[in-house]
Design a protein around this ligand. Structure first.
Ligand SMILES: [Zn+2]
Length: 197
């Protein structure tokens, strides 16, 4: 059970109570007669023996420089694609707050990009690498392995079958060009290794 005496969430090192008051349980430590949280979590007191413990709260995935993320294209501007960062590729868990990320036109693909509308379409899902996480999330899809991984036909909205340079709509036969992701994804830490971004 949770205890009204304690905060809802504690940080590692946060004071929980005196050792005369509680017994230190899981997720806590005692130092000089005082009990502290040893991890980020939810504190609780066992009323039977006054043991205080901290249940770990699952770490929320946050976006960091070098991470690979899934991002949905929301808007195409002249110089950038504005996206919603959906999840990290590694965790496949939703990124809290669905933060905005942008792909600058110079980072859409290797070489010169005349128009982002030739590489992405609104609603496309990209695999992108985080170039910068703060204050804004800046993404790149320049490497061959990054780019569009799911796209819908602009005519009939069927999911496109992705090809090398062109996608063909399996329903209406419409052909569309995208900057597709090709081949296996690089490792999430690949930004810092050879062949990275
Ligand atoms: Zn179609």
């Amino acid at each position: 059970m949770t205890d009204p005496e304690l905060p809802k969430l504690v940080l590692p090192g946060e004071y929980l109570g005196a050792a005369e008051q509680f017994l230190p349980g899981r997720g806590t430590y005692e130092d000089g007669g005082r009990i502290y949280a040893s991890l980020l979590g939810v504190p609780a007191i066992d009323p039977a023996d006054r043991t205080v413990r901290v249940e770990p709260r699952n770490a929320v995935p946050e976006v960091r420089e070098g991470d690979l993320v899934y991002a949905r294209v929301d808007e195409l501007k002249t110089a950038m694609a504005v996206c919603t960062v959906l999840s990290t590729v590694a965790s496949r868990r939703q990124v809290p707050g669905a933060p905005e990320g942008t792909v600058h036109i110079s980072k859409a693909k290797d070489g010169y990009t005349e128009s982002l509308a030739g590489e992405f379409a609104i609603g496309d899902v990209l695999v992108a690498r985080v170039l910068q996480a703060h204050p804004g999330i800046k993404l790149t899809t320049a490497p061959a392995s990054l780019g569009v991984v799911a796209a819908r036909c602009q005519v009939c909205h069927a999911l496109l079958t992705l090809g090398e340079k062109e996608a063909v709509c399996p329903r209406c036969g419409h052909r569309e060009h995208r900057k597709f992701a090709k081949g296996p994804l690089p490792s999430p830490s690949g930004a810092h290794g050879p062949g990275g971004v």
